[in-house]
Write a new protein. Structure first.
Length: 202
């Protein structure tokens, strides 16, 4: 592949997109686990998380070697410089998804569960994250500026939702409607917001 650098650049982009799709799959798995407290997908989640870590290293190594090729033009070189940050941020999306799974395991260990209201709020955030990811993947894969701008609007909406849900959560705690592990809900909201921010960077 390195013998045809121009083709290798496109293949690099394909691999970045594949990595991003894997990360999104794990974000969805994490939401399913925390919402249902059903851990049957945990092994698959761990396998994909390991794959994300592997891809991060492999793509970075490949891009370093590809960047040395003189046949590439300025546009290709510029793109390759962005790949380092992109794959790092995709891996971080996977890490925050892993945090959510770990929160679910903490809940399971303490035999605690979220209220129906909290679960509904998590579900609404999940829908918005999926919409954001769809827009950003279109923007990245097709260099679609309109899709990027639409995704940026969704990211702002997610920020607003987090603020609202944090206030709702404080109200529930004040009324004694939350369990002793109620801080986990705030952590999930924070993780979700960071995932949305990283998605716009991708």
């Amino acid at each position: 592949m390195l013998k045809t650098p121009v083709v290798a650049v496109q293949q690099t982009k394909n691999e970045v997109i594949n990595m991003a799709l894997l990360a999104n799959e794990n974000v969805n798995r994490a939401f399913t686990i925390i919402s249902s407290m059903d851990f049957k997908e945990v092994d698959k989640f761990r396998k994909v998380e390991n794959e994300l870590n592997f891809l991060n290293l492999e793509i970075v190594d490949f891009v370093v070697r590809l960047s040395e090729k003189k046949q590439l033009d300025a546009t290709d070189h510029w793109y390759l410089t962005t790949v380092f940050r992109t794959v790092r941020d995709i891996e971080r999306i996977g890490d925050y998804a892993e945090n959510i799974v770990e929160y679910a395991e903490t809940l399971q260990a303490s035999q605690a569960r979220f209220s129906e209201v909290a679960l509904q709020e998590i579900s609404e955030l999940r829908v918005m994250i999926s919409k954001l990811y769809e827009k950003m993947m279109k923007a990245y894969g097709e260099e679609d500026v309109e899709a990027f701008n639409e995704g940026d609007v969704i990211e702002d909406q997610i920020d607003d939702m987090e603020d609202e849900y944090q206030r709702n959560h404080i109200n529930r705690m004040t009324k004694g409607a939350c369990s002793a592990k109620s801080e986990i809900f705030s952590e999930i909201l924070s993780s979700t917001t960071i995932v949305s921010e990283l998605s716009t960077i991708v």
